[in-house]
Design a protein around this ligand. Structure first.
Ligand code: FE
Length: 239
Protein backbone atom coordinates (compact mmCIF):
# COMPACT_ATOMS: atom_id res chain seq x y z
CA UNK A 1 0.00 0.00 0.00
CA UNK A 2 1.28 3.45 -0.90
CA UNK A 3 0.71 5.61 2.20
CA UNK A 4 1.37 8.70 0.12
CA UNK A 5 -2.09 8.25 -1.36
CA UNK A 6 -3.48 9.50 1.95
CA UNK A 7 -1.72 12.82 1.39
CA UNK A 8 -4.11 13.55 -1.48
CA UNK A 9 -7.15 13.69 0.82
CA UNK A 10 -8.30 17.27 1.48
CA UNK A 11 -9.28 18.58 4.90
CA UNK A 12 -9.88 21.76 6.86
CA UNK A 13 -8.62 22.57 10.35
CA UNK A 14 -10.91 22.98 13.34
CA UNK A 15 -11.06 23.66 17.04
CA UNK A 16 -13.37 21.10 18.63
CA UNK A 17 -14.58 22.21 22.05
CA UNK A 18 -16.75 20.88 24.84
CA UNK A 19 -17.09 21.04 28.60
CA UNK A 20 -15.88 18.73 31.37
CA UNK A 21 -17.80 17.43 34.37
CA UNK A 22 -16.78 20.47 36.42
CA UNK A 23 -17.96 22.91 33.77
CA UNK A 24 -14.48 23.76 32.50
CA UNK A 25 -14.11 24.45 28.81
CA UNK A 26 -11.94 22.00 26.90
CA UNK A 27 -10.85 21.81 23.29
CA UNK A 28 -8.44 20.37 20.79
CA UNK A 29 -7.47 20.66 17.14
CA UNK A 30 -8.88 18.29 14.52
CA UNK A 31 -8.85 18.00 10.76
CA UNK A 32 -11.36 15.17 10.53
CA UNK A 33 -14.60 17.16 10.87
CA UNK A 34 -17.01 16.68 8.00
CA UNK A 35 -20.65 16.79 6.99
CA UNK A 36 -22.35 13.39 6.76
CA UNK A 37 -25.94 14.14 5.74
CA UNK A 38 -28.05 17.17 4.88
CA UNK A 39 -31.50 16.27 6.28
CA UNK A 40 -31.13 16.21 9.14
CA UNK A 41 -27.80 18.04 9.11
CA UNK A 42 -25.36 15.49 10.48
CA UNK A 43 -21.60 15.74 10.94
CA UNK A 44 -18.79 13.58 12.27
CA UNK A 45 -15.37 14.02 13.78
CA UNK A 46 -12.76 11.42 14.77
CA UNK A 47 -10.78 12.18 17.93
CA UNK A 48 -7.96 10.31 19.66
CA UNK A 49 -9.09 8.40 22.76
CA UNK A 50 -6.16 9.80 24.72
CA UNK A 51 -7.36 13.37 24.29
CA UNK A 52 -8.94 14.87 27.37
CA UNK A 53 -11.44 16.60 25.07
CA UNK A 54 -12.48 13.23 23.61
CA UNK A 55 -13.27 11.89 27.06
CA UNK A 56 -15.27 15.02 27.89
CA UNK A 57 -17.34 14.81 24.68
CA UNK A 58 -17.99 11.14 25.40
CA UNK A 59 -19.65 12.26 28.65
CA UNK A 60 -21.22 15.61 27.70
CA UNK A 61 -22.51 14.20 24.39
CA UNK A 62 -22.13 17.56 22.73
CA UNK A 63 -19.38 19.50 21.00
CA UNK A 64 -18.76 22.75 19.18
CA UNK A 65 -16.65 23.11 16.07
CA UNK A 66 -15.00 26.43 15.22
CA UNK A 67 -13.77 26.48 11.63
CA UNK A 68 -10.30 28.01 11.74
CA UNK A 69 -9.62 30.76 9.22
CA UNK A 70 -6.33 31.60 7.52
CA UNK A 71 -5.80 34.35 10.09
CA UNK A 72 -5.12 31.71 12.76
CA UNK A 73 -1.43 31.57 13.63
CA UNK A 74 0.72 28.78 14.97
CA UNK A 75 0.44 30.08 18.52
CA UNK A 76 -3.31 29.52 18.41
CA UNK A 77 -3.05 26.13 16.72
CA UNK A 78 -0.22 25.15 19.06
CA UNK A 79 -2.16 26.24 22.14
CA UNK A 80 -5.00 23.87 21.30
CA UNK A 81 -2.94 21.24 19.53
CA UNK A 82 0.13 20.72 21.69
CA UNK A 83 -1.23 20.91 25.20
CA UNK A 84 -3.85 18.99 27.13
CA UNK A 85 -7.03 20.62 28.39
CA UNK A 86 -6.49 18.54 31.50
CA UNK A 87 -3.48 20.68 32.37
CA UNK A 88 -4.15 24.10 30.92
CA UNK A 89 -7.08 26.40 30.27
CA UNK A 90 -6.79 26.74 26.52
CA UNK A 91 -9.48 29.41 26.38
CA UNK A 92 -7.69 31.67 28.84
CA UNK A 93 -5.80 33.61 26.18
CA UNK A 94 -8.26 33.49 23.30
CA UNK A 95 -11.39 35.46 22.52
CA UNK A 96 -14.50 33.28 22.68
CA UNK A 97 -18.25 33.37 23.21
CA UNK A 98 -20.35 30.90 25.13
CA UNK A 99 -23.26 29.85 22.97
CA UNK A 100 -26.74 28.69 23.90
CA UNK A 101 -25.38 25.15 23.92
CA UNK A 102 -23.20 26.13 26.88
CA UNK A 103 -20.07 25.48 24.83
CA UNK A 104 -17.32 27.94 23.92
CA UNK A 105 -16.88 29.00 20.30
CA UNK A 106 -13.92 31.00 19.01
CA UNK A 107 -14.60 34.71 18.50
CA UNK A 108 -11.36 35.15 16.57
CA UNK A 109 -9.65 33.50 13.58
CA UNK A 110 -12.84 31.62 12.78
CA UNK A 111 -15.07 31.47 9.70
CA UNK A 112 -18.05 29.55 11.07
CA UNK A 113 -19.22 27.59 14.08
CA UNK A 114 -21.29 24.45 14.55
CA UNK A 115 -22.97 23.21 17.71
CA UNK A 116 -23.56 19.49 17.66
CA UNK A 117 -25.42 16.92 19.79
CA UNK A 118 -23.78 13.49 19.66
CA UNK A 119 -26.20 10.81 18.44
CA UNK A 120 -23.78 7.93 17.95
CA UNK A 121 -20.18 6.96 18.61
CA UNK A 122 -18.07 4.38 16.84
CA UNK A 123 -15.01 2.84 18.49
CA UNK A 124 -12.37 2.79 15.78
CA UNK A 125 -9.46 1.55 17.84
CA UNK A 126 -7.17 4.47 18.63
CA UNK A 127 -9.96 6.95 17.98
CA UNK A 128 -13.65 7.54 18.62
CA UNK A 129 -15.79 8.64 15.72
CA UNK A 130 -18.45 11.02 17.00
CA UNK A 131 -21.52 11.36 14.82
CA UNK A 132 -23.90 14.16 15.68
CA UNK A 133 -26.78 16.35 14.64
CA UNK A 134 -26.08 20.03 14.08
CA UNK A 135 -28.31 22.10 16.36
CA UNK A 136 -26.91 25.48 15.40
CA UNK A 137 -24.56 26.72 12.70
CA UNK A 138 -23.47 30.25 11.96
CA UNK A 139 -21.07 32.09 9.67
CA UNK A 140 -19.11 34.32 12.04
CA UNK A 141 -16.76 36.13 9.64
CA UNK A 142 -15.93 36.50 5.97
CA UNK A 143 -12.43 35.14 6.52
CA UNK A 144 -11.20 32.30 4.33
CA UNK A 145 -11.38 28.89 6.05
CA UNK A 146 -7.99 27.33 6.58
CA UNK A 147 -7.33 24.14 4.65
CA UNK A 148 -5.06 21.45 6.01
CA UNK A 149 -2.85 22.04 2.98
CA UNK A 150 -2.55 25.75 3.90
CA UNK A 151 -1.62 24.73 7.42
CA UNK A 152 1.17 22.51 6.12
CA UNK A 153 2.49 24.68 3.31
CA UNK A 154 2.04 28.24 4.60
CA UNK A 155 2.16 27.86 8.38
CA UNK A 156 4.55 24.90 8.00
CA UNK A 157 2.51 23.04 10.55
CA UNK A 158 3.15 19.43 11.45
CA UNK A 159 1.03 16.52 12.54
CA UNK A 160 1.17 15.10 16.06
CA UNK A 161 1.90 11.43 16.83
CA UNK A 162 -1.62 10.95 18.20
CA UNK A 163 -3.11 11.71 14.79
CA UNK A 164 -5.51 9.25 13.14
CA UNK A 165 -3.16 8.24 10.36
CA UNK A 166 0.21 9.32 11.69
CA UNK A 167 2.87 7.74 9.51
CA UNK A 168 5.85 8.12 11.75
CA UNK A 169 6.71 11.77 11.17
CA UNK A 170 5.82 13.37 7.96
CA UNK A 171 6.70 15.89 5.38
CA UNK A 172 5.21 19.35 5.53
CA UNK A 173 2.72 18.51 2.82
CA UNK A 174 1.52 15.33 4.41
CA UNK A 175 -2.14 15.03 5.23
CA UNK A 176 -1.84 12.89 8.29
CA UNK A 177 -4.84 13.56 10.44
CA UNK A 178 -4.45 16.15 13.12
CA UNK A 179 -6.53 15.40 16.15
CA UNK A 180 -4.25 14.94 19.05
CA UNK A 181 -4.27 17.55 21.73
CA UNK A 182 -0.82 18.17 20.45
CA UNK A 183 0.75 19.51 17.28
CA UNK A 184 1.91 22.28 15.02
CA UNK A 185 4.84 24.48 14.16
CA UNK A 186 6.36 27.10 12.01
CA UNK A 187 9.61 27.19 10.11
CA UNK A 188 9.68 30.95 10.08
CA UNK A 189 12.49 32.11 12.36
CA UNK A 190 10.90 33.71 15.38
CA UNK A 191 13.85 35.84 16.32
CA UNK A 192 17.17 36.94 14.97
CA UNK A 193 20.51 37.58 16.55
CA UNK A 194 21.69 39.65 13.60
CA UNK A 195 23.83 36.84 12.26
CA UNK A 196 23.43 37.83 8.61
CA UNK A 197 26.28 37.34 6.21
CA UNK A 198 27.32 33.92 7.40
CA UNK A 199 25.51 30.64 7.86
CA UNK A 200 22.39 31.34 9.86
CA UNK A 201 21.89 28.87 12.66
CA UNK A 202 18.54 27.81 13.98
CA UNK A 203 17.04 25.20 16.27
CA UNK A 204 14.07 23.05 15.35
CA UNK A 205 11.71 21.52 17.89
CA UNK A 206 11.61 17.79 17.18
CA UNK A 207 8.05 17.53 18.45
CA UNK A 208 6.21 20.38 16.73
CA UNK A 209 8.76 21.64 14.21
CA UNK A 210 8.95 25.20 15.53
CA UNK A 211 12.16 26.93 14.44
CA UNK A 212 13.98 29.71 16.24
CA UNK A 213 17.02 31.50 14.80
CA UNK A 214 19.64 31.64 17.50
CA UNK A 215 23.28 30.51 17.85
CA UNK A 216 22.72 28.81 21.19
CA UNK A 217 19.57 28.06 23.14
CA UNK A 218 19.46 29.09 26.80
CA UNK A 219 19.24 26.12 29.18
CA UNK A 220 15.76 27.15 30.28
CA UNK A 221 14.45 27.57 26.72
CA UNK A 222 10.94 26.25 26.15
CA UNK A 223 9.21 25.82 22.83
CA UNK A 224 6.56 28.56 22.59
CA UNK A 225 4.32 26.24 20.61
CA UNK A 226 4.45 22.88 22.39
CA UNK A 227 6.32 23.71 25.60
CA UNK A 228 9.14 21.17 25.21
CA UNK A 229 12.58 21.96 26.65
CA UNK A 230 15.95 22.63 25.06
CA UNK A 231 16.80 18.92 24.78
CA UNK A 232 14.05 18.49 22.21
CA UNK A 233 15.66 20.96 19.80
CA UNK A 234 18.02 20.00 17.01
CA UNK A 235 20.54 22.38 15.46
CA UNK A 236 19.91 23.27 11.82
CA UNK A 237 21.33 25.58 9.17
CA UNK A 238 18.65 27.98 8.00
CA UNK A 239 20.04 28.70 4.54
FE1 FE B 1 7.64 22.47 19.93
Amino acid sequence: MDRKAFNSISYGLYIVSSVDADGRYVGCVANTFQQVTSEPPMVSVALNKENHTTKCIDVSKKFCVSVLSESADMELVGKFGFHSSKDVDKFEAVSFNVAESGLPELAQCSAAVFHVDVVDTVDVGTHILFIGEVKDARVVSDETPMTYSYYHTVLRGKTPPKASSYNGGGTQDSNQNFNGEAAADKDTPASSNGNQGKGRIGWRCSLCGYVVEMDELPDDFECPICGMGKEFFERIELD
